[in-house]
Design a protein around this ligand. Sequence first.
Ligand code: NDP
Length: 297
Amino acid sequence: MTARIIEGAPVAERLRAEVTAEVARLRADHDLQPGLAVVLVGDDPASQSYVKSKGEQSLAAGMHSVTHRLPADTQQDELLRLVADLNADPLIHGILVQLPLPKHLDEKAVVSAIDPDKDVDGLHVINAGRLVAGLPALTACTPVGCMVLLRATLGDLAGLNAVVVGRSLLVGKPIAQLLLAADCTVTIAHSKTRDLPAVCRTADILVAAVGRPRMIRGDWIKPGATVIDVGINRVPFDNPEKAAAGKTKIVGDVNYKEALEVAGAITPVPKGVGPMTVVCLLQNTLTAAKRQAGLEA
Ligand code: NDP
């Protein structure tokens, strides 16, 4: 058996078209232009490229988009002042502070300072609490993207056994809550889980959000299961010449070659979950704008 490959790009494009159309409708019918502010502190190359892409894609969807680039030595009070200004700015409906921040800054305090209704990264404790309570929340973009892919692949998820490997606030915990809300029976596994392969083998839906290259082997996967690989790990090329030249490539947390032989469907890395993340940020910004304007979300 060879698994069906769940390509993220076509699903992301469909969602992007929906978001773009809804932004145009809001502008025409309500004179409301969703606005996103992205804040980058320092010059980490990966963060710079993520921030650039978020700015470009929000503009392309017809949104108001502002990027604040601050020097690496920005002090906590300066950053908090900017967040307070953005909280008060009626043209801004979504605020994203790109993480990680430089070491001298307190990330938790910065995230807590964001108005929860503008917290499009879904990291504020109020949004984490709303998610658990089943109340309207802004939820982290990658978990939302995983759910869109799962629904596009499987339709109704009710009653399925889901195992999430990883329990971070950014990925594992929100995915587990979203799966529970979709009526799955959910197990959350982590670094202290006993006999992880056996736990994984119970999964109809297996979500890997660990950050360990190819950790999940083919024989950990129940035949026919749907596998969502969130991991992004940089490793040397298998080809010795490329590896010797110091070239690297990106792989997931799942051993893709082995999993292809067992799973029913699987996301590749890259081009699986990755393309969903920014489009879900746009969707969160749209949702935030509608809620702040008192329109149904
Ligand atoms: P964290 O490092 O915050 O969390 C990793 C989790 O994996 C922890 O809960 C940890 O358990 C668990 N873990 C670590 N080792 C093991 C092990 N040997 N067995 C079982 N569980 C283990 O990472 P994130 O959640 O932020 O990210 C996870 C992965 O997803 C990374 O590769 C990251 O790059 C990627 N990612 C991808 C995104 C995308 O857009 N595609 C977006 C965000 C992240 P414990 O809690 O016990 O320490």
